[in-house]
Design a protein around this ligand. Structure first.
Ligand code: HSE
Length: 370
């Protein structure tokens, strides 16, 4: 049985990964070792075949006895530990949720419904680093990958609506605290002035944006009752890093020799979980909506074409419908008034599942077959 070390299993992506591994009975297929710096030496949870004690995630000596290491610990951990492990001569398989190694030439970005064959070939060829893609990139390709595979896309824009949890657990809690702050202010205003009208409430809420006690340590700004059109650092070309990832990662996953331009604006919105995206695609030729819909429907078992109908859209093309599931609904599919080759679409996906944990557990299963 392969020895699999898991690091970062208590964080948000790690917890979702553990839930998925439990529900898919993955622990019965491997000998699991859980690693943590703060819990080293303590009893491990009683999963099937799980080593009794938690090991130290900084111990190269212990890590290098693993056949496979799967980490959701974050980029700083990867940058610190991965080179030390490789320098120690470790030749195991490294599976990682963080972006640190993604664009390395000898690393594969994993999203097996799209590049499963490439992953298999890479495993056969002795590639050792398999990295999960950026969440919005993976979710976009789960929904629209088939259009790229059929070489139908000249260029694409993706305007994103990314959930607070994408910024981390603390940020998601901060959004709830911001909502509570507004909720409390609203209730107290309603109590003191039951005749207040909508604009009076709005004025009070707006004033609360700059209240000295308004909770904004993590985001730095109000997200509740607002939005934040910047995610991650600025790149030299004026994109944010989140926006930069779309083109480089999507083209790498698709193994495109000719780069398909992809660009857009990434926006943080006040949903808790799920990243949504509005797409404009310039197609290389005229393609009927029926053909587009059937390509999307047949891409994989998780995509679901949502009819361009108000009720169905509002019911199914939302974080409320998708959160906690593997569903990838794609809707608002229509030709734009810009011209016959301009296609509009919208999709939603759970960024902790298909956008992070799921591709990792699936590449783990593929690696076990080696
Ligand atoms: N970069 C993503 C975000 C994380 O900030 O939302 C993946 O969810």
């Amino acid at each position: 049985m392969h020895k699999v070390g898991i690091v970062g299993w208590r964080g948000m992506v790690g917890s979702v990964l553990m839930e998925r591994m439990l529900s898919e009975n993955d622990f019965s297929k491997v000998k699991t070792y859980l690693f943590s710096t703060s819990l080293k030496g303590e009893n491990a949870p009683k999963y099937d075949n799980c080593h009794e004690y938690i090991l130290d995630s900084d111990s190269i000596e212990h890590l290098r006895t693993m056949d496979i290491i799967l980490t959701c610990q974050g980029g700083d951990y990867t940058k610190d530990i991965h080179p030390k492990l490789r320098q120690s001569g470790w030749e195991g398989i490294w599976i990682d949720a963080a972006s640190a190694l993604r664009m390395n030439e000898d690393a594969v970005i994993v999203l097996d419904p799209i590049n499963g064959k490439h992953i298999e070939k890479s495993l056969d060829a002795g590639i050792k680093d398999f990295i999960g893609g950026n969440c919005t990139v993976s979710l976009m390709l789960m929904g629209l990958g088939k259009l790229f595979e059929e070489d139908l896309v000249e260029w694409m824009t993706s305007m994103t609506y990314q959930a607070a949890s994408g910024a981390g657990a603390k940020n998601m809690i901060e959004l709830l605290e911001q909502m509570k702050f507004f909720g409390d202010a609203y209730l107290s205003q309603r109590q003191s002035n039951s005749a207040a009208n909508a604009l009076e409430f709005e004025k009070n809420m707006t004033e609360n944006f700059s209240h000295p006690k308004f909770p904004k340590e993590c985001f730095g700004h109000p997200l509740a009752l607002s939005l934040l059109p910047w995610i991650d650092i600025k790149m030299p070309n004026e994109q944010s890093k989140e926006e930069w990832k779309a083109q480089v990662e999507a083209n790498k996953i698709l193994q495109n020799k000719e780069i398909v331009p992809i660009d857009g604006t990434c926006v943080r919105v006040a949903s808790l979980r799920c990243h949504s995206q509005a797409f404009t695609l310039k197609l290389k030729k005229s393609v009927s909506i029926e053909r587009v819909e059937s390509l999307i429907n047949e891409s994989n078992s998780w995509t679901e074409v949502i009819a361009n109908d108000k009720e169905e859209t509002l019911q199914k093309l939302t974080p409320a419908y998708v959160t906690g599931t593997m569903k990838i609904p794609v809707g608002r599919i229509r030709k734009m008034t810009l011209g016959d080759q301009y296609l509009n679409a919208f999709s939603v996906g759970d960024q902790l599942l298909w956008g992070a944990a799921e591709p990792l557990r699936r590449v783990l299963l593929m690696a076990l077959k080696q």
